[in-house]
Ligand binder design. Sequence first.
Ligand SMILES: [Zn+2]
Length: 120
Amino acid sequence: MSEPVADWTRGQPGLAYQECHACGHRWTFARRFCPACGATGTETRAASGRGIVHALTTVARAPSEALRPHAPYTILLVDAAEGFRLMAHGEGDLAIGDPVTVRFAPFGDGLVPVFRKDLP
Ligand SMILES: [Zn+2]
């Protein structure tokens, strides 16, 4: 058994992804089988935390009381350098196509990935 990869979904400051041995598809959020082809041979790896903004939206009204102090906040779809897409928070002035890097911040009950634009 190899060491588990740190992942924010377990409260750790890291971004894990999985890759399918059969078809090469990559995704976040641990699963027992590949969401693209159904194969069960998968590997979990640590992502670099770098990516490109694919889409963004501003959440003006938080979905829960715990999150209300954070609103308004920016939610992004990021195309990670490793080839998977994830939803995450964004901070600062962001636009589609911007190169971004992740950090991890407390939000509600846990840690969430927050992407910030790379400095030129
Ligand atoms: Zn697959």
